[in-house]
Write a protein that binds this ligand. Structure first.
Ligand SMILES: [Fe+2]
Ligand SMILES: [Fe+2]
Length: 362
């Protein structure tokens, strides 16, 4: 069969065949034959609807529409690898690589959560707020990317370190990514396993941690590019925190006893995971090599001395303690028992956690 030429096609567009109206049935008559489709399955993303139950979330989203900053316009020209020793470069790249286990995973982790807000038919501003968080996390990931690429091109794993400290850093990084992969497996399952109040209590834990970290590093760093980056990321994280709080205000008053118990365990799980960047990784979840801890201390000290803005371990413990106590103040009025966090001197219920239940986001 020969295919139509261009002239035939133009002719068909200009002279469409006439429709006869004689064959059209009457709409009223057709109505007698309608049938309903089968019920919609669980976790589908239809029907689309645009309910607004929490106007505050709509306001937060409106404030988030323009991010107010961009990673590519930070003053990167003031941050030069040549200004630092090799070990200082490795140590700073190391810290941003650790951060990327939390913030670099943000785009994928929040994208999965974003899709879930459609599957569970959340009100429209919840979905839109999650969209803005995905965008923010892509920006945070880019800050990790740019810092690592300036300090160790093709890093973290495609760069060949030349000093013993650099090689220790690379070994530590691989162990962190090993745990990051375990977290991702748990998160993917947890997102559909846990109910909304539990997810958002866990999410709030991560956002409190992130806001705390970036606020303190913004105050401490001496480097203009990171002063600006930490300030803007800290603002984003404070907005993520406000989103979680707005959702929790709706769901916390209606918790069941079982949900309260799960939240207690989730807070402990979140603390254990997030301590990997806020403080030091506890042994409950983290699988680390034999040289990890002493190497980690050396690398943090070197990055701190270079001016990156990493607080001392004691200062971090104090900050982390203050942050979790704020969270305790939010949850306890709703009958949620707080878990014991002896690492930072917080008393509470002793709970065992399942590594598969680690689902906080950053
Ligand atoms: Fe983030
Ligand atoms: Fe966040």
């Amino acid at each position: 069969m020969s295919s139509p030429n261009a002239q035939d096609l133009i002719g068909a567009v200009e002279n469409p065949p006439e429709h006869s109206s004689a064959a059209q049935p009457d709409a009223a008559a057709l109505l007698f034959d309608t049938q309903e489709p089968p019920p919609f399955p669980e976790l589908n993303i239809f029907p689309l609807e645009w309910r607004v139950e929490t106007p505050m979330l709509q306001q937060i989203y409106d404030q988030a529409r323009a991010p107010g900053w961009s990673p590519h316009t930070l003053p990167w020209d003031t941050f030069k690898a040549d200004d630092f020793s090799l070990d200082e470069r490795y140590a700073m790249a190391y810290w941003f690589t650790l951060l990327s286990v939390f913030d670099g995973s943000g785009p994928a982790v929040f994208s999965r959560a974003f899709i879930h807000t459609w599957e569970t038919h959340e009100e429209d501003p919840v979905r839109k707020c999650f969209f803005s968080i995905v965008r923010d996390e892509v920006n945070h990931e880019e800050v990790c990317q740019r810092a690592i690429q300036i300090l160790t091109p093709n890093g973290p794993l495609g760069y060949e370190p030349e000093t013993p400290l650099g090689r220790l850093a690379r070994n530590n990084i691989k162990w962190y990514y090993h745990n990051g992969c375990r977290y991702w497996t748990g998160f993917k399952n947890g997102i559909t396993k846990f109910q909304l109040p539990i997810l958002f209590a866990s999410f709030l834990m991560g956002e409190v941690a992130a806001a705390t970290l970036f606020h303190s590093m913004y105050q401490r760093t001496t480097m203009p590019a990171f002063k600006e980056a930490f300030k803007m990321i800290g603002k984003d994280e404070a907005r993520h925190m406000a989103i979680c709080l707005a959702v929790l205000r709706n769901v916390l008053p209606r918790l069941t006893d079982e949900q309260r118990d799960v939240i207690t365990r989730q807070i402990r799980a979140g603390f254990v995971f997030l301590s990997g960047i806020l403080y030091v990784p506890p042994t409950d979840f983290w699988e680390l090599g034999p040289t990890f801890r002493p190497a980690h201390r050396m690398l943090e000290e070197t990055a701190r001395a270079a001016g990156l803005g990493i607080l001392t371990e004691d200062e971090r413990a104090e900050n982390w303690r203050a942050a979790v106590l704020r969270l305790k103040g939010i949850l306890e009025p709703y009958g949620v028992e707080f878990p014991a966090l002896p690492e930072v001197g917080v008393d509470g219920k002793t709970v065992a956690i399942d590594p598969q239940d680690i689902i906080p986001v950053f």
